[in-house]
Design a protein around this ligand. Structure first.
Ligand code: TYM
Length: 335
């Protein structure tokens, strides 16, 4: 059976190592599966649910597309497109919004985090964010959604909305999308606090490694990463209670495509003064070519725009019939 794969990233500032190891790297792997049909999207409609710079949005959209390609997404195999260029997402979102319970949306941890103390004043777009995500997935009748762990709750809601639609209208129409949360690093943590996830919104740039960082910046950030005074243990269990140490070992393992157990076998008994330079070398070795390719791609804007135009056309071709069918199932006037 063909796997229909859909995922997306927001064009809010640069991508970081969490985005790469938690999601993008897995997208590339899935693209190589013989039975995969992949759609990878720049989620610009989601990006405007929080304050943003109007003048930077289009450039950030291109930059995310460049990062997809630089990391190994092949536009000949996968459709790379822009969410706002496919009206079907917003149309299906409205239909699903009629089935989404406000109580459930209120319990979404990302909404609670982003809305902060003043949820009353949060925008409707931020509140409905997960409903748009469900529409992104279901408008392609996607079966698999590769994401990092922080998106798990949103995907659960997508599954529920698919079932609610099918049950309410007595139609076996939307498949249940499977979350694909795999690899050693589904949750990469901040370099400064091993209990917080690495994120674009953290104030200090020292908490994350961006895909646009050069070798010196990567070295500086890893050298300054928080650690503890103990040497690395032999067993993974012995990293319990040492979140920063566990995070660096996890990052090493994900970049080297090894298990964390194997990484500890190689570095057991060593201090961070020895482990960190090895991690710097590995990170520069793995990320350097991606950064260089991104720069190259960004210097040819017309080429990126061409790739996105083609992806947008394909995505619209696929979303259109699903919207028409969903409207028919819901009983709309066949206009
Ligand atoms: P976004 O742009 O915040 O993040 C993009 C992807 O990166 C993953 N990720 C991480 N993985 C591991 N460790 C981290 N520290 C880390 N930080 C981010 C995210 O889990 C995500 O997979 N709502 C989505 C975008 C989206 C989407 C969709 C995804 C819109 N529509 C439909 C899947 C399907 C988001 O905000 O991702």
């Amino acid at each position: 059976m063909t796997k229909r794969i859909l995922s997306g990233m927001q064009p809010t500032s640069q991508l970081h190592l969490g985005n790469y190891l938690g999601a993008l790297k897995n997208w590339v792997k899935l693209q190589e599966e013989p039975d995969a049909h992949c759609l990878y999207m720049v989620a610009d409609l989601h990006a405007v649910t929080v304050p943003y710079e109007k003048k930077d949005l289009a450039a950030a959209t291109r930059e995310i597309a460049a990062a997809f390609i630089a990391a190994g997404i092949n536009p000949e195999k996968s459709h790379i497109f822009v969410q706002s260029s496919v009206p079907g997402h917003s149309q299906l979102m409205w239909m699903l919004a009629t089935m989404a319970q406000m109580g459930k949306l209120e319990r979404m941890t990302q909404f609670k985090d982003k809305a902060g103390k003043n949820a009353e004043r949060a925008g409707l777009g931020l509140f409905a964010y997960p409903v748009l995500m469900a529409a992104d997935i279901l408008v392609y009748r996607a079966t698999h959604v590769p994401v990092g762990e922080d998106q798990k709750q949103h995907l659960e809601l997508s599954r529920e909305l698919a079932s609610t639609f099918n049950t309410r209208y007595g139609a076996d129409f939307f498949p249940q999308p499977e979350p694909v949360i795999t690899g050693p690093a589904p949750r990469v943590m901040s370099l400064r606090d091993g209990t917080q996830k690495m994120s674009k919104s953290a104030e200090s740039d020292m908490t994350r490694i961006n895909l646009t960082d050069d070798a010196d910046t990567i070295a500086k950030k890893i050298k300054k990463a928080k650690t503890d005074a103990d040497p690395l243990p032999e067993k993974l269990d012995d990293l319990t209670g040492r979140p920063e140490a566990l995070n660096l070992v996890t990052i090493y393992a994900a970049l080297a495509e090894k298990s964390r157990e194997d990484v500890l076998k190689s570095f057991k008994g060593q201090q961070f003064s020895a482990f960190k330079p090895a991690l710097v070398d590995l990170a520069v070795d793995k990320l350097g070519p991606i950064t260089a390719r991104m720069k190259d791609l960004m210097s040819d804007q017309a080429q990126i725009d061409k790739i996105l135009a083609k992806g947008n056309e394909k995505a619209n071709d696929e979303a259109g019939p699903v919207i028409r069918e969903a409207m028919k199932i819901m009983g709309f006037f066949p206009g």
